[in-house]
Write a new protein. Structure first.
Length: 378
C-alpha cells in the first residue's frame, strides 16, 4: 500500500519506520530543523532539544503502557540507525506521601510490576543528596530502562531506520491535503505527492493542514537551561531525572547535566505554572521567541530551592509547545477511509513516541486499536 506520513517529528518518524518495516511503500514528509529559528517562517517542531525524560512509571495506565512499549524498542532503533539517543540515568518521581497522584503512581507500579525502589525522608536524602525535599515526601526510583533521550537524535534515528527499511524521505513541509476517490494529493515544497492513504502527525501545527478537524489545545511552554562547568557536571554524574508531582497539579521536571551542541553542559527544567493557549500564527511567533521570562524566573527559583548547592554559570530560556487532547491521551484514529491522525503527546510524547507511531501505523493501515489505547487519562 502507498502510504504517506505527513510530519517527520517524533511520532511521524516512528510511524514511517513501522510502516516501512511492515512492507508498505512509504513517503515520509517533513522538514529538517531550521538553521535560523528566529528568521524561519515555516513550521516548527518540539524535538529541537537534547533532553526529554523517559520512564515506565506514570500515574495514568495509558501513558505507562505506551512508554514501556517504546522503551523496549530503544535498542532496536539504535541498532537499525546507528544513532544513540538513550541515556539510562534512572528516573525519580516524588511528591507528598498520600497525595492522589503519588497513590496512582504506586497503583500503576503494583499493577504492572514495574521495578522501582521506594524512598522517604532520611533515606531519600541519603540516596539522592543532589536534591532537597520537604518532610513527608515519598519517591519512586526506576534505576533501569529510564533516564533521558535526545529527541533530536531520536528523530534522526527513526528517519534513518525508515530510510533503511525502504521509505522515501522528503525533507520539506506539506502545505495542503486533498482527499479524493482515487487517493490523497499532498502539496509540498517539492511538488505534489500522491498516496492511497495518509497519516497526519503534525503536532501543534495540525490545524494548518486540517483546520477545525480535531479538538486540540496547543500550549506555550518555557524551559530553562542552567549551564554548569564540566567539573559540576561530573559531580552530578549519578543524578537521575526528577519529576515532582505536586497536589495542586504542577509537575516540574528536571534533567541532569547534558552536553548540548554548543559543547556546554546544561541542566534542563520545565514546568509552566500557567497554561497559555496558542492558535494560528501565534505558534510560529512563539517558536521564534525566547519563551516567557517570568516563567524562566519561576523555574530558576524552583531549581535553587530543589538544588541549593548547584553552581549555576548562566541561565537561558527557550520555547516549546505541547499539544493536548480532551481525553489527555494521544489522538490516534481514522478520520476517513484514507486519512488518519496520530497527534497530541500531551506533554509525555517524546519517550513513548515509537509506540504512538506504531499505533498510528496500525490505524492508517486499516487495523483497529486495542481497547487499552482508548482509555482516557483524565
Amino acid at each position: 500500500m502507498d502510504i504517506a506520513v505527513v510530519g517527520r517529528g517524533l511520532i511521524g518518524a516512528a510511524a514511517g519506520r513501522h510502516l516501512a518495516k511492515a512492507g508498505h511503500r512509504v513517503t515520509l514528509i517533513g522538514p529538517d530543523e531550521p538553521d535560523d529559528r528566529r528568521a524561519h517562517r515555516g513550521v516548527f517542531a518540539s524535538h529541537y532539544d537534547e533532553g526529554r525524560i523517559t520512564r515506565g512509571l506514570d500515574p495514568w495506565p495509558f501513558w505507562s503502557r505506551v512508554s514501556r512499549a517504546a522503551i523496549g524498542r530503544y535498542a532496536e532503533i539504535e541498532a537499525e540507525s546507528g544513532i544513540r539517543f538513550f541515556t539510562e540515568a534512572g528516573s525519580l518521581m516524588a511528591g507528598p506521601e498520600g497525595s492522589r497522584l503519588m497513590d496512582q503512581l504506586q497503583q500503576v507500579r503494583d499493577r504492572d510490576g514495574i521495578a522501582c525502589d521506594t524512598y522517604r525522608d532520611t533515606g531519600l536524602a541519603e540516596r539522592f543528596p543532589f536534591f532537597t525535599f520537604p518532610t513527608g515526601t515519598i519517591a519512586l526510583h526506576e534505576p533501569r530502562g529510564a533516564g533521558h533521550v535526545s529527541p533530536r537524535r531520536l528523530v534522526a534515528a527513526q528517519t534513518a531506520a525508515a530510510e533503511a527499511a525502504g521509505a522515501r524521505v522528503l525533507r520539506v513541509a506539506a502545505t495542503a491535503l486533498d482527499e479524493g476517490p482515487e487517493g490523497v494529493r499532498i502539496a509540498t515544497g517539492a511538488g505534489e505527492v500522491r498516496a492511497e492513504r495518509v497519516l497526519v502527525a503534525t503536532g501543534g501545527f495540525t490545524d494548518l493542514l486540517m483546520e477545525g478537524s480535531l479538538d486540540l489545545t496547543v500550549l506555550a511552554r518555557t524551559v530553562a537551561l542552567f549551564r554548569v562547568t564540566e567539573a559540576e557536571a561530573r559531580r552530578l554524574t549519578a543524578m537521575p531525572t526528577l519529576i515532582w508531582l505536586d497536589p495542586d497539579g504542577d509537575d516540574p521536571y528536571l534533567l541532569p547535566p547534558i552536553r548540548y551542541p554548543d559543547g556546554n553542559w546544561y541542566l534542563k527544567l520545565g514546568g509552566d505554572p500557567v497554561d497559555v493557549a496558542l492558535r494560528g500564527d501565534e505558534i510560529g511567533d512563539w517558536f521564534r521567541s525566547d519563551g516567557n521570562p517570568e516563567v524562566g524566573a519561576h523555574l530558576e527559583a524552583h531549581i535553587r530551592g530543589r538544588m541549593p548547592d548547584l553552581a549555576i554559570e548562566t541561565v537561558q530560556t527557550m520555547p516549546c509547545v505541547t499539544t493536548y487532547s480532551p481525553d489527555n491521551i494521544a489522538t490516534i484514529r481514522a478520520l476517513s477511509d484514507r486519512v488518519s491522525v496520530a497527534v497530541a503527546g500531551c506533554g509525555r510524547g517524546a519517550k513513548c513516541s515509537d509506540e504512538l507511531g506504531r499505533l498510528g501505523a496500525e490505524v492508517v493501515a486499516g487495523h483497529s486499536l486495542p481497547e487499552w489505547a482508548l482509555e482516557a487519562a483524565v
